[in-house]
Design a binder for this molecule. Sequence first.
Ligand code: 5GP
Length: 205
Amino acid sequence: MSKGTLFVISAPSGSGKSTLIKNILASRRNTVFSVSMTTRKPRGEEKDKIDYHFVTKDYFKSRIEVDDFLEYAEYCDEFYGTPRTFVEMNIEQGNDVILEIDTQGARRIRSVCKDAVHIFVMPPSFEVLEQRLRDRATETEEKIQKRLYTARSEMTRADEYDYIVINDDLQEATMKMLSIMSAEKNKTERMKDKVSHLINKENVN
Ligand code: 5GP
């Protein structure tokens, strides 16, 4: 059986990536989302174990010590990390795994997983991003300012990614993401196992 592919999606907060990822998961078979661990508090309707594993800083640090994370980073004074076992198990079982992580985490993945596909999702403009952050009304002004500052610096790293998708129209952005994923899955390198299986089957018959 072919292994799954790791898709790394980064986007500044407020770029609309969560809805985009929901659409992708609804449209693709054998695709799972890696639920990260975080020390930040739940926002709005967010649910533990579905949106994030919400934990304390002490617990997070204890997981770092036992090498539980494929990658982790500090973002706007909170910790975020990708649980290693879930990702490795699913890739091994042939499922594609989506990581929704920041640019620091993406850099780390680039060094440990050479064949991951990296996609950066851009908001249509900085003004739209600021409006989305304000509309959700879940953060203090200080936190919003920090996120805006971080968003700007993250956007300057978009050129490190394999693909850039501008999220100005949700349907169109979803189609673009699905096309990228599908094209990547059909790359010759990733088709090798399937092709040799087909050839061998042919020989048997
Ligand atoms: P938010 O607090 O808006 O949900 O996420 C803040 C930032 O942390 C976003 O850029 C998001 O992609 C990133 N993030 C979420 N989970 C992880 C993770 O497991 N690792 C890293 N490095 N970043 C993450």
